[in-house]
Design a protein around this ligand. Structure first.
Ligand code: GLU
Length: 506
């Protein structure tokens, strides 16, 4: 599966801490993890924190916390540094946490820039902004594609020295040479070919400030981290062509590339924080009470099904038979219903103690030390609603009426009460007659059925008014179950206050 230059599969995720942790970043990381696992390889983490203006510590923390929450861990790279003359003992920028920080590697990047200049594979370009602007205007006037015309390739070494001596600012560009086609066999998309003439001219690899550009830093870092397979979003396809040109110039072995489809919304827009807000951020799902495993499974499932496990799998399970070529080429579609489906499935596999721990964290009621209900009653309540939870954040919407009274304000609910007041009156008088046993949910159920027979009603017409009166909801656990837990007094009280909402009061 891997090319001969690499003895071991090594993959990586390389997030830039310039924004919230995006679902797409995690998804890319997961495919890299799967691929490494499947091939008994390693997976690394590199923080691409070189853009000082846009990188923020807060985002670094959020990214790291997100990975921790999702239980995605990484290996520590050894790297190889033999090619550099002044090679330090270890990979520069490698922290004790196993993370390689790109910002600590600037000197390394610059040393490779120098090497390319010395070998004539890169050159200094002293063109001013005005000069480049005029060049583009002229191209536009000639109806040509605007691009850098490689004019500074012609500057001699001596002239360059002179201009540097004069203190003229310059950028460094990679010399792409004669137009040629760069081709790679993409692990997901098959053969991809890009002509260097479509790359906008010789690319800048170092800015006038001395800062090395993304495409260059990535190649150096991936090389020194011995990355054998680069799986990333397909928005990087044209970068890949430039990066391959850089690998070639440096004489580095070229890794394999696989470009994953991006996540799109149903209306065919790229999922982004700017357009779609918080739904793009991992943190949102953590805060709302999704299970990390469900989110992981969902994200992998957007473009991949396991032949062995179908749609539901852990990372370890998926790794058993992971086939990178089976990752879909079409866009992954963001589908919250599908995520909720996964989450309900994962919640259903938790034991009660685990569920209690989660719901306690999300409920405003003190479930673990409650004055109204004993622990086994709390368990009954939670078990009765757990299947309706899409996410733990919803817990109180499902259980609030057990713990506190409510006002019936919603006009739909008031209408149900109004139309069903006959049922409610009958229920009150049945309870008053003393024939219902509030310790037995069947007794309550039979009682309600007898009202149905008397009034010749069944289904919604019979049950909705009572349910709304005692819970302010149109769905929930069995009425008998609720009645037994709330008790006779509370039920009568709620039925009576519901009647106060009807148009003709009794
Ligand atoms: N820092 C880049 C990004 O976040 C990494 C891209 C890559 O994987 O090479 O898009």
């Amino acid at each position: 599966m891997h090319s001969n230059a690499f003895t071991k599969v090594k993959t990586r995720i390389a997030p830039s801490p310039t924004g919230n942790l995006h679902l797409g970043t995690v998804r890319t990381a997961l495919y890299n993890v799967l691929f490494a696992k499947k091939h008994q390889g390693e997976f690394f983490f590199r923080l691409e924190d070189t853009d000082r203006q846009r990188s923020e510590e807060q985002f670094t923390q959020e990214i790291l916390e997100g990975f921790k929450w999702l239980n995605i861990s990484w290996d520590t790279p050894e790297g190889h540094v033999a090619e550099r003359t002044h090679a330090p003992e270890t990979l520069v920028g490698l922290g004790e946490d196993g993370i390689v920080r790109q910002s600590l590697r600037e000197a390394v990047h610059s040393s490779y820039i120098e090497r390319l200049i010395n070998e004539g594979k890169a050159y200094r370009c002293f063109a001013t902004v005005e000069e480049l602007e005029a060049m583009r205007e002229a191209q536009k006037a000639r109806k040509e594609i605007e691009k850098y015309d490689n004019r500074s390739r012609a500057i001699s070494k001596d002239d360059a020295e002179k201009l540097i001596g004069e203190g003229k600012p310059y950028v460094v560009r990679l010399n792409l040479g004669e137009d040629h086609i760069i081709t790679w066999l993409d692990l997901i998309r098959g053969e991809v070919s890009i002509n260097t003439k479509d790359l906008g001219g010789d690319p800048v690899i170092q800015k006038s400030t001395g800062q090395v550009l993304y495409n260059f830093a990535v190649v150096i870092d991936d090389y020194e981290m011995q990355i054998s397979h680069i799986l990333r979003g397909e928005d990087h396809i044209s970068n890949t062509a430039k990066q391959i040109a850089i690998y070639e110039a440096l004489g580095f072995p070229i890794p394999e590339f696989g470009h994953l489809p991006l996540i799109f919304t149903k209306d065919k827009q790229k999922l982004s924080k700017r357009k779609h807000g918080d739904i793009a951020s991992v943190n949102t799902y953590k805060t709302q009470g999704y299970l990390a495993k469900a989110l992981v499974n969902y994200l992998l499932g957007t473009s991949y099904n396991s032949a062995k496990y179908g749609e539901i799998f852990t990372i370890a399970e998926a790794a058993e038979d992971f086939q990178i070529a089976s990752v879909s080429k079409s866009p992954a579609i963001y589908d919250i219903q599908k995520l909720n489906w996964y989450n309900r499935d994962y919640i259903s596999k938790l034991n009660y103690q685990e569920i209690l721990t989660y719901v306690s964290r999300f409920s405003r009621f003190d479930l673990e030390n409650n004055s109204l209900f004993n622990p086994s009653q709390i368990q009954l309540i939670i078990e009765s609603i757990k299947e309706s939870l899409d996410k733990f954040e919803q817990i109180d919407e499902h259980i609030n009426y057990f713990f506190e009274d409510f006002k019936l304000d919603d006009s739909e609910l008031v209408k149900i009460i109004d139309e069903g007041k006959e049922v409610i009156l009958e229920f009150i008088s049945l309870i008053g007659s003393g024939s219902l046993d509030f310790t037995d949910q069947n007794s309550i159920k039979n009682g309600i059925n007898s009202i149905g027979e008397k009034l010749n009603m069944k289904g919604k017409k019979l049950f909705f008014p009572i349910r709304v009166a005692i819970s302010a909801k149109t769905s929930g656990p069995e009425l008998g179950f609720i009645a037994v837990l709330l008790g006779k007094e509370k039920i009568i009280e709620r039925l009576n206050s519901a009647l106060l909402k009807t148009s003709h009061r009794h």
